[in-house]
Design a protein around this ligand. Structure first.
Ligand SMILES: Nc1ncnc2c1ncn2[C@@H]1O[C@H](COP(=O)(O)OP(=O)(O)OP(=O)(O)O)[C@@H](O)[C@H]1O
Ligand SMILES: Cc1ncsc1CCO
Ligand SMILES: [Mg+2]
Length: 264
């Protein structure tokens, strides 16, 4: 586990270009800023090449897709691949909405993603495994999440982050797990969107090792959330969201080292 990448991230302050969803866009921008990256959002295809020119990584989020936005993703994805810029893909709700699964599969057919980050329902759908996903949530499915994540990584030749109570990170061969977190993440819509963009930020500073970058990103977000939740005597999702932003800015490598609970 390369927690020192957090220090590198804060020194380099990489630009993360997000095609975001309109539900959580501000949380994602503030979360990226707080942790030490430089967020920029764009919905305009005409500036795609100029955005790619200034970005250290790209995050494509399917959350509130439109035909125009999917076309933008195709163009941004192609440009990022040409420049060998890392791309993180968040396939929001592909386990619950077949239209989205088709859109995701079309994007994956033409764009080489660096990392796909989704919950169990989303990663199972991409892997072609049955799972009872529910809307944007993982739902009540059951199965071997490590086997599902590995199958998805092998299918799309990329790193998979399957998030949940335990985050599973795999490149299809190596597997790491991050056990940190808090149930409060599930009460705050957009925790997963933020994780995907933080993964992108870490791939920007470790583009030759996205498996390492993804693990560190998972530990930074889940560990920080756990540190925040420890201060609470009752579940307060609104306060959690605000405190999470504060703590993403303040958290130190040594605090995270102390709380870290992972297998790699
Ligand atoms: N029950 C849980 N216990 C601990 N941590 C959790 C739990 N569920 C999710 N997390 C953490 O929440 C973060 C977001 O993961 P999650 O799987 O909830 O994404 P998601 O379903 O895409 O969320 P969203 O749709 O709200 O963006 C991860 O850091 C994960 O470790
Ligand atoms: C609630 C919701 N609907 C589409 S995207 C989104 C935010 C979680 O990804
Ligand atoms: Mg999600």
């Amino acid at each position: 586990m390369k927690l020192d990448l957090l220090t590198t991230l804060r020194q380099q302050n990489p630009v993360v270009f997000n095609i975001a969803n309109f539900v959580t866009v501000q949380d994602v921008a503030n979360g990226l800023n707080a942790v030490g990256a430089s967020p920029i959002m764009s919905a305009e295809v005409a500036e795609a090449d100029q955005m790619i020119a200034i970005a250290g990584a790209v995050c494509l989020n399917l959350g509130t897709l439109t035909t125009t936005q999917v076309n933008q993703m195709q163009i941004v994805g192609r440009l990022a691949n040409e420049r060998q810029l890392p791309i993180v893909f968040d396939p929001v709700a592909v386990g619950a909405v077949p239209y989205r699964l088709q859109v995701a599969q079309d994007l994956l057919a033409t764009i080489q993603m660096t990392v796909i980050r989704g919950n169990a329902g989303e990663i199972a759908a991409l892997a072609g495994v049955d799972w009872q996903a529910k809307g944007i949530d993982a739902g009540n499915g059951s199965g071997d999440v490590v086997a599902i994540a590995k199958a998805c990584a092998q299918k799309y030749h990329c790193v998979i982050v399957l998030s949940g109570p335990t985050d599973v990170i795999t490149d299809g061969t190596q597997v790491a797990k991050v056990h940190n977190g808090t149930e409060l993440f599930q009460l705050h819509v957009g925790s997963g969107d933020l994780l995907s963009s933080i993964v992108a930020a870490f791939t920007a500073v470790q583009s030759d090792a996205p498996f390492d970058a993804a693990q560190t990103a998972c530990l930074v977000l889940a560990g920080t959330g756990e540190l925040v939740a420890k201060q609470f005597t009752a579940p307060r999702p609104g306060t959690f969201a605000a405190d999470l932003i504060d703590k993403l800015h303040l958290v130190t490598v040594s605090e995270l080292t102390e709380v870290a609970d992972y297998e790699d």
